[in-house]
Design a protein around this ligand. Structure first.
Ligand SMILES: [Zn+2]
Length: 419
């Protein structure tokens, strides 16, 4: 049962969320600017203003679009500074323009999404069955919803508003941060971790209520530039090397029944071709590589290099340049050195009436990168489901529980003091 506070927070978070999703904040992997798209700044500026209106005196937006603010401690004794992060951008798979959110009461069965023909089905969205009788927010079937991660933004805002209005809640210094570009893997690369001054942070960027994540994939990207041999096709006999055909040879040799996202789950890693572009003379092939284990990550990157070498050896008139880059590393090792960060979170989740469930994310978060940068950052649920699709949905009650978890976590840190 949700407490009165969680119910109050749920309504505030839902109201904010319904406003935030109307901003189109899709990020763009191919952009060279930061943030990757200027439209993300439209929402980020509004968030900075809202923090200021709440009375967060130092709320500001910096030249990278990072919005930060600080809530001073309400207790006398020394408590470490903790922080909460959420990202404003949405994923590339589905448009985030003209989102028309619908708040519906769920009475079971399928949820048809407007006139779109899209349907949320309990068989495809297994958590739906747990939400009969709840209020849900869904799309009209033509866009994504953007609960990933505007739900996190709304929940942090609701918790912040509550703390400002209730100075009797005991807590240490709390920082909040909203950032662009998580979905393109650059969410916090310029973030001023040092001057931010937090010893622990939490991203609100998870899914099912009660879940906490202290483990993410380690991730790498690999790009292959395939240079064929161009010539007019009329005179091409024994001369032309078609880069598109070379690229497909590489793709055909990728593992099919293992090491693919479509055939793996749990703790299994994968290599995944994400993009192919170019023409008969030159093709670029992009991959992402994921594993929970850093050595296996290196092995998978090596596998791609080996495939490229094999094909290049068979066709010596083409050249294949392979570039790889580790994007982030599994945060578990670092978090194990600071067990209180996750222990306090688990206690907070219990205090809102949920059983904490520690899971590993088959993906990365801004927390993976922050952890690498020296700010250990596990992930908290938001209540959102089926992200990056038109069938994305979120439970309003769970939004309240996520925001209430922030409050409880602030209190637990104030009780327990130093790391
Ligand atoms: Zn996210």
């Amino acid at each position: 049962m949700a407490s009165d506070v969680a119910v109050e927070l749920a309504e505030d978070a839902a109201e904010r969320f319904l406003r935030y999703v109307r901003f189109d904040t899709q990020s763009d992997e191919d952009s060279t600017s930061y943030p990757s798209t200027a439209k993300q700044l439209d929402l980020l500026r509004v968030l900075a203003d809202e923090l200021q209106e709440l009375g967060v005196a130092d709320a500001a937006i910096d030249e990278h679009g990072y919005v930060t603010g600080m809530l001073p401690a309400t207790v006398e004794h020394e408590v470490p500074t903790i922080a909460f992060f959420a990202h404003v951008d949405t994923a590339r798979e589905v448009t985030g323009a003209n989102v028309r959110p619908q708040r519906v009461r769920y009475d079971g069965g399928e949820i048809p999404l407007g006139e779109s023909g899209q349907v949320i089905r309990p068989s495809e969205s297994p958590h739906l069955a747990d939400h009969v009788g709840n209020e849900l927010i869904v799309t009209d079937g033509t866009t994504l919803l953007g609960a990933d991660d505007k739900a996190g933004v709304a929940e942090i805002m609701a918790a912040t508003a509550y703390l400002v209005a209730h100075p009797e809640v005991p807590h240490g210094p709390i920082r909040v941060a909203f950032n662009p570009d998580e979905e393109v893997g650059r969410g916090v690369i310029h973030f001023p971790v040092e001057s931010f001054g937090a010893v622990a942070a939490y991203t609100l960027d998870g899914s099912t209520a009660g879940e906490i994540q202290e483990e993410t994939f380690s991730g790498a990207s690999v790009r292959m530039k395939i240079h064929g041999r161009a010539i007019h096709p009329g005179w091409a006999k024994n001369e032309l090397v078609n880069a598109i055909k070379v690229a497909t040879r590489i793709v055909e040799r990728l593992p099919q029944v293992r090491l693919s996202p479509e055939t793996t789950e749990g703790r299994e890693g994968y290599v995944h071709p994400t993009q192919i572009s170019g023409d008969s003379s030159e093709v670029e092939l992009r991959f992402i590589v994921r594993d929970f284990d850093n050595d296996l990550l290196d092995e998978h990157m090596e596998l791609l290099r080996t495939l490229a070498n094999e094909v290049a050896t068979e066709e010596p008139r083409c050249t294949i340049d392979v570039e790889s880059r580790v994007q982030y590393r599994n945060m578990r090792e670092t978090l194990e050195q600071h067990p209180q960060i996750v222990a306090n979170l688990a206690e907070a989740v219990r205090r809102v009436g949920l059983e904490p469930k520690v899971t590993a994310i088959r993906g990365g978060t801004d927390g993976s990168v922050l952890t690498e940068m020296g700010l250990p950052t596990p992930n908290i649920f938001t209540g959102g489901h089926d992200a990056h699709s038109e069938r994305e949905w979120i439970c309003v009650e769970d939004m309240g529980l996520a925001a209430a978890t922030i409050l409880e976590l602030a209190k637990v840190w104030a009780e327990r003091g130093r790391v």
